[in-house]
Ligand binder design. Structure first.
Ligand code: GDP
Ligand code: MN
Length: 388
């Protein structure tokens, strides 16, 4: 689960991490009042679950109440398209009004779970304000790393090594060590999957400040943090992913045009790979799971069909605990309800496969059958290509 910048900053403040004074606002009047209280100049920032707002016009520095009102009016209700939102963009429903600061340097500081070591790793770079992926690709030597030992936590010498690596002056090293210690504690205590400060700024008067903050939580740890769960903003989440969560389906929306319905996470990933190898792009990851009922399969099928980008559906099932006949019943049920109008490619093997195939054949649905995974992927890519 991701949260907004203003929520991330509130959480960080509790860990003594320095953030600018600010207030979340939902209306123009609120924004103007907040700006007056904070004193000018202020920054009015669009709150969406995506970065790249600066370049897209979602961050505005204002000098008086008039400008604050203008900025708030321009942003609230607007669809902001950044390089992270995709072409459809995100509607801005709230703002963060902050006291502006005078920037001397923009740095990068991030904490992630490193899957190679299985530990939380601090990443830092002098290249703040730039996406870390870009830095990693172009100048990997500019990324400093420290792996945190879970039994000890972030050791002061590690934080100092990063601070010196970032070229911070004597007066800032102590601040930076405290700053990083707060981030590291927040990460572990809140079961985060990502804490990213980009940029971390050195102000002209020598202070250190988290100018931006992005926090993601590990969903599997959220049950331990009911107060964090309250921060969820459903309007920022993919409606199909929400619908899938209701039916306990593992579904992740992607950018392609081939809807995939698969059982088992491993087979689902292999299916996505083989679709890509056949020259196509999957529209989703979907694992309907082991013991799915016909109703659950039908719900999954409806979710796939509700995506306007989907030009073909590839069902790739290995019936084990999920029987092929149950799967077929679910597909037929959903296809009748929504009147299927795109090609359906089915590859099925395993328990009750003959019953499953018979149900599909009897349904009158126009089905392209596949002999194996690769055959199915190729047929799906060809069918989707013909339509788009
Ligand atoms: P993002 O583009 O979505 O990552 O949004 P950020 O919060 O990182 O803001 C983008 C940029 O706006 C920053 O890199 C800064 O250059 C600029 N910015 C944000 N707040 C301030 C501020 O208080 N003063 C000044 N001068 N610039 C700011
Ligand atoms: Mn940023």
């Amino acid at each position: 689960m991701n949260i907004h910048e203003h929520q991330a900053k509130e959480l960080l403040r509790r860990y003594q991490v320095a953030v600018p004074d600010g207030q979340a606002c939902f209306t123009v009047d609120e924004a103007v009042a907040a700006a007056k209280r904070l004193e000018f100049p202020c920054v009015v920032k669009a709150q969406i679950h995506a970065g790249g707002r600066g370049k897209a016009g979602g961050v505005k520095v204002v000098r008086d109440a008039g400008e604050a009102g203008e900025a708030a009016r321009a942003l609230l209700g607007k669809t902001l398209v950044t390089h992270q939102t995709g072409p459809q963009g995100r509607v801005v429903r709230r703002l963060l009004v902050e006291r502006a600061c005078r920037i001397a340097r923009e740095l990068y500081l991030g904490l992630v779970v490193d899957r190679t070591t299985g530990r939380v790793t601090v990443m830092a770079s002098t290249e703040g304000g730039v996406e870390i992926e870009e830095v990693a690709a172009r100048t990997p030597e500019k990324i400093l790393r420290e792996t945190i030992d879970p039994a000890i936590g972030l050791a002061p010498y590690q934080a100092r090594r990063i601070a010196f690596g970032l070229g911070l002056g004597k007066e800032q090293v102590g601040k930076a060590v405290g700053f990083m210690a707060g981030l590291a504690r927040c990460f572990v205590e809140s079961d985060c999957s990502l804490v990213e400060i980009n940029p971390l700024v050195v102000t002209q008067d020598g202070g250190l400040l988290a100018l931006d903050a992005k926090i993601g939580f590990d969903d599997n740890g959220l049950f331990r943090h009911p107060e964090l769960r309250e921060l969820r903003d459903p309007s920022e989440e993919d409606p199909r992913e929400q619908e899938a969560a209701k039916h306990e389906l593992s579904y992740i929306a992607l950018d392609g045009n081939i809807g995939c319905m698969v059982n088992g996470a491993g087979l689902a990933m292999a299916t996505m790979d083989i679709v890509k190898a056949a020259g196509g792009m999957p529209a989703n990851f979907l694992d309907v799971g082991g013991g799915a009922s016909a109703e659950k399969v039908a719900a999954a099928f409806r979710i796939l069909l509700s995506d306007a980008a989907v030009q073909a559906i590839f069902i790739n099932i290995f019936g084990g605990i999920l029987r092929c006949d149950v799967l077929a019943e679910g597909v037929v049920q959903a296809a009748r309800e929504v009147r299927l109008s795109i090609p359906l490619i089915v590859r099925m093997e395993g328990t009750n496969v003959d019953d499953g195939k018979a149900i599909l054949a009897r349904s009158g649905l126009d089905i392209i059958t596949a002999s194996d995974m690769l055959d199915g992927a190729r047929k799906a890519v060809a069918a989707a290509g013909r339509r788009s």
